[in-house]
Write a protein that binds this ligand. Structure first.
Ligand code: UDP
Ligand code: MG
Length: 320
């Protein structure tokens, strides 16, 4: 299998016929073999029975996973990834806001030697106030914090080489952070403007609250990517800083005691200093606990602390 399309579906009954038409039109023009994995995320409309029909008509290519209830787009994508057989993975929305006709272009780009090609909705057709503007801010923030420079993390339409996704688990709203993770394991990433259409049928499932979740997820991702194998650097660093600040305050208080005979313990600075010292010490200890957790994490799952691109004259996995 060459290509796997993964398409999350939540109450999209009116979009599905057009989606299949567009997907077939594009995919049949490509030489590669392909499959489409549609993940029904607990739809309450007719989506599942439509998907059943399409799967029956084309059992070799149309595969369907149906959730018991709505678990969210990220979970739907995660399920699709678990079952995808293709060496190249393409994520796509079911509502036709993404254009399947862009897929060949993304694949060509991938073949130029990239591991991930991200779609960029350069002229986005969503609500400006609740979606476009917040997402602009979020994209800017993600770029700054993670150092992975893309314009549009939220665009679902992206093409991935399968091996850069290996071992990455998706939680919360995290599918948009796949590029960040991929970059942390050394993937070559680029982006391309893609078409974007207004939603014709059904309702958008998200509003402003999503941006808040994305920002919280950003903390997690940044922490996992930068410190997950050495948490003591973060906790210990912060703790050490606090302890240094506290010590400077203390020295100041004692010096002042001898110069102007103002008591040390009477000043609020004294209390602040003691508090900072305790906080700093606690933070260091927390770092040590985190170090223990990291060891458990890597060793219980036999996860290496590195990623390999190729090996020459070596077995693939030394532990098997
Ligand atoms: N979706 C999903 N589960 C959800 C919400 C959305 O599977 O809980 C799917 C939805 O059917 C669509 C895609 O995720 O295919 C993107 O959703 P939507 O169009 O509402 O998001 P937007 O394009 O506004 O970001
Ligand atoms: Mg949409």
């Amino acid at each position: 299998m060459d290509l796997s399309l993964i398409i999350p579906v939540y109450n999209e009954q009116d979009n599905l016929p057009l989606l299949f038409e567009a997907v077939y039109k594009t995919m049949n023009s490509l030489p590669q073999s392909w499959e489409a994995i549609l993940v029904d995320d607990g739809s309450r409309d007719n989506s599942l029975s439509l998907l059943r029909e399409y799967a029956q008509k084309d059992p070799g290519r149309v595969r369907v996973i149906s959730f018991r209830r709505n678990f969210g787009q990220t979970a739907a994508i995660a399920a699709g990834l678990d079952y995808a057989l293709g060496g190249t993975i393409i994520l796509l929305d079911a509502d036709l806001q993404n254009d399947p006709a862009d897929i060949p272009m993304l694949l060509d780009k991938l073949n130029e030697g990239y591991d991930l090609v991200s779609g960029w909705r350069k002229s986005r057709k969503d609500n400006v106030l609740t979606r476009n503007f917040p997402s602009m801010v979020a994209n800017w923030l993600i770029s700054r914090v993670t150092g992975v420079h893309l314009h549009d993390y939220g665009c679902t339409l992206k093409a991935y080489r399968r091996d850069v996704l290996e071992g990455f688990r998706l939680y919360g709203e995290m599918h948009r952070f796949i590029p960040v993770y991929a970059s942390s394991v050394g993937a070559k990433i680029t982006e391309m403007p893609v078409n974007h259409h207004p939603r014709r049928f059904g309702k958008a499932k998200y509003g402003l609250e999503r941006t808040a979740k994305v920002v919280l997820d950003l903390f997690t991702v940044k922490f996992l990517v930068s410190y997950s194998s050495k948490p003591i650097y973060l906790f210990g660093g912060a703790g050490g800083m606090l302890m240094i600040i506290s010590t400077i305050m203390m020295i100041y208080l004692f010096v002042r005691r001898f110069v102007s005979l103002i008591g040390v313990t009477g000043s609020p600075l004294f209390q602040v200093s003691v508090m900072l010292f305790i906080l700093g010490f606690q933070s260091m200890l927390m770092g040590l606990i985190a170090e223990l957790l990291v060891r458990t994490y890597h060793e219980s799952q036999r996860k290496p602390t590195y990623t390999v691109r190729t090996m020459i004259n070596l077995e693939q996995d030394p532990r098997d």
